[in-house]
Design a binder for this molecule. Structure first.
Ligand SMILES: [Zn+2]
Length: 89
């Protein structure tokens, strides 16, 4: 079975967000309100990653070695494999 692209969709009125493997050209509606969902972003799964976090702005940081995005719950950078510096608090 092919891996389907995950998308982040938002209901404009309620602001509720869902992650679903959406198909291009298909319209998705909110289960409760019936309003059409708008696409907020694509979730990029990076294959060799131990992270369970989606690739969204608020779950990413930048590696201090190679400056590539990495999920905040990872200790080692998925791009260069080096241990990233502790996150500032
Ligand atoms: Zn790196």
């Amino acid at each position: 079975m092919p891996v389907r692209q995950l998308y982040r969709l938002r209901a404009p009125r309620t602001g509720r967000e869902v992650l679903i493997p959406a198909e291009p050209g298909k319209v998705y509606v909110d289960e409760d309100t019936g309003e059409p969902l708008e696409v907020v972003g694509k979730v990029l799964p990076l294959a060799p990653s131990n992270s369970s976090l989606p690739w969204a702005v608020d779950t990413l940081r930048f590696c201090n070695w190679c400056d590539q995005p990495a999920q905040k719950d990872l200790n080692d950078c998925p791009t260069c494999g080096r241990r990233m510096a502790a996150l500032p608090r």
